[in-house]
Design a protein. Structure first.
Length: 366
């Protein structure tokens, strides 16, 4: 379900019309119950057209508005009457770069990848076109040179203004390990973003993930619970190449070389990203995966409860100050309560909870 703006306007009409008491001593029994009249009704009964011209407009005592597009952030979040947002920047081609878990590869970008990204057709006003990568992110580490080069090749292909190594006039949208793939490609000089491009990141494990450590511990027999419950999210033993490439930075399963790669990718990420969606809670939206992320959020020994079940908020923020983030869709740096899969736009928006509106955020972002 996708959230929809609802606005209710309340108008209090003209005061009641005073009717003079009849000059008669007769008393009649009531034969009908009294009923209220609108201004139109009074005008028809009395012949006084002026009753239609005057209305009292009182301030409402409470506001029944799910999203207020007329507040101080309205310049950034202008909205049409049906609640949808319009593009406030320049329309450009959009390229969606997925994260871990795709076990096949397409040689070129494709026009749809709803299995991973859902359907954003009606919620991407700044996307002149929408293209998607399909790359093998099961059998390859994010540091793999070939994988990073494939990311660059796909990215420069969607805009005619791009060169062989410069991504121009393009909106790049990355999820999960896709953030590290782009950050790593930029850090190693395989390609770079022109100032005319915009990078939008979601749920990136920029400092690694303790979920990777947990799965590797579990598969080594060092823990004895829950993996089977969440295998449809993390995969079963043995851990994939991609998952093994995502240990916590400076943790037991990392290395000096991988730690350095993380640091370089983080610098490229924080220097180039224009908007981020990072989660500080795994309660998430209703889906078949929601219970699994509840288990992960509790079972994995994260530093805090501020995680999406797979990635901690601090890892996604990658050193950016928490003060930069807001907890509603109006903020370009959005601190949510979504689980890791909710950030793929698969399960719509919450109806009322502004910490769980990823589609609204993306639609009104640029």
């Amino acid at each position: 379900m996708t959230g929809t703006d609802i606005e209710i306007a309340v108008e209090y009409l003209d005061p009641r019309v005073e009717i003079a008491k009849p000059d008669t001593t007769l008393e009649c029994e009531s034969v009908a119950s009294p009923s209220s009249l609108t201004a139109l009704g009074r005008s028809l009964l009395t012949g006084d057209s002026s009753l239609l011209e005057v209305e009292r407009k009182l301030e409402t005592e409470f506001d029944i508005t799910f999203w207020d597009d007329d507040d101080d952030s309205s310049e950034r979040s202008s909205s049409s009457h049906d609640g949808s947002c319009t593009c406030k920047s320049t329309k450009r081609p959009c390229l969606f770069i997925h994260g871990m878990g795709v076990d096949r590869e397409e040689p070129h970008t494709v026009d749809s990848f709803s299995y991973y990204w859902g359907n954003l057709t009606d919620h991407a006003p700044c996307c002149q076109s929408m293209k998607y990568t399909i790359l093998n992110t099961v059998d390859n580490a994010w540091t793999n040179d070939t994988l990073q080069q494939q990311v660059c090749d796909r990215a420069v292909s969607v805009s005619k203004r791009s060169s062989k190594t410069v991504i121009a006039d393009t909106i790049i949208i990355t999820h999960s390990m896709g953030n590290l793939m782009v950050g790593g490609a930029i850090a190693t000089g395989k390609c770079k973003l022109d100032s005319s491009s915009t990078w939008v990141g979601m749920a990136g494990p920029m400092q690694g993930s303790r979920a990777s450590d947990f799965v590797q511990d579990t598969c080594a027999g060092e823990t004895n619970f829950v993996l089977e419950e969440v295998a449809n999210i993390t995969g079963r033993c043995p851990p994939t190449v991609a998952l093994k490439s995502l240990p916590s930075q400076r943790g037991n399963y990392s290395s000096e070389e991988l730690d350095a790669a993380y640091t370089a990718a983080q610098k490229a990420y924080t220097s180039n990203v224009s908007a981020l969606m990072c989660s500080a809670g795994y309660s998430g939206l209703m889906s078949k995966y929601q219970p699994g992320f509840w288990v992960l959020g509790k079972a994995v020994p994260y530093k805090s409860g501020e995680n999406d079940g797979m990635v901690e908020f601090d890892s996604c923020a990658a050193g950016l100050p928490e003060s930069k983030f807001g907890d509603t869709w109006r903020s370009p740096f959005y601190k949510t309560k979504l689980n890791h899969y909710d950030s793929e736009f698969l399960y719509g928006d919450a109806l009322l909870d502004e910490k769980k509106m990823p589609i609204k955020w993306f639609e009104c972002l640029l």
